[in-house]
Write a new protein. Sequence first.
Length: 279
Amino acid sequence: MQKWSESDIIVNLEKGKTFEALSLDGSLAIKVEDYVPYLCVAIHHGHHLRPELTAKCLLTEAERLYEEDPYTGDFIASMPITLIAQDSRYEYDLNRTLEQCVYDIAWGKKVWNQALDANEHNQSREKHQGFYRILRTLIEQLERRFKACVLYDIHAYNYKRFETDTPTFNIGTTQVAQNKWENVIAHFLERLGKVELPNIEVRTAENEVFQGKGYLATFVKTHFTQTLVLPTEIKKIYLDENSGEIFPLVLTKLKEGMKNAILYNAAYFVRRYTNKRIT
């Protein structure tokens, strides 16, 4: 894959070019196969940690992987517009504000064996800002072309820590204008409920285990009035959440099911809220 600077990526978005690129610093992968009124984002897909931070990190790779969202980028890989983070959320968390994106303690565990210096903090925060500059440009282009767009914000969650049964798919909507988008939310929940998985009963829910309070949804809500964000949590039933071992059959069916659910829901959204003609 070609490597582009942030400015190259932004210029090509502003020119309406189609492309696929990895950022020069390796922090994100972006693909625009076609300009359509929907995009898919996986901000916790990545596992990479800068070498100087790896040397300071108290956590093992397995401990980091446990709180990351592996394979969420794979679930959206076939979509025409994707933005997939490659860095670990332990380097900087894109679902936190700029001021809070670098953890000292995360999920009850101290992250670093010594405090990060100002330069290390600044490098991580600059990557955080770069991601959001690119996302902002992308959404601006889609709203300009189509009047509105929908963003699928894909995550995965550990479920064994819960004492009760939890949903296969959870959409967090506390930052969504319900009176404006409630029919789209209901439609997406319905389509996710049609996903078929081997020997697994599928259940969907809204705001049951997560409420969609992350920074990505906040950022989009703050800057755009015609873009719907659907923060979607997938239960980690496609792997052993403790060992990281993959269950290939479940993973394959999840990829198929997510693709179909997103495409059906996007088509529903496009017909009702955009000026794009469906042929």
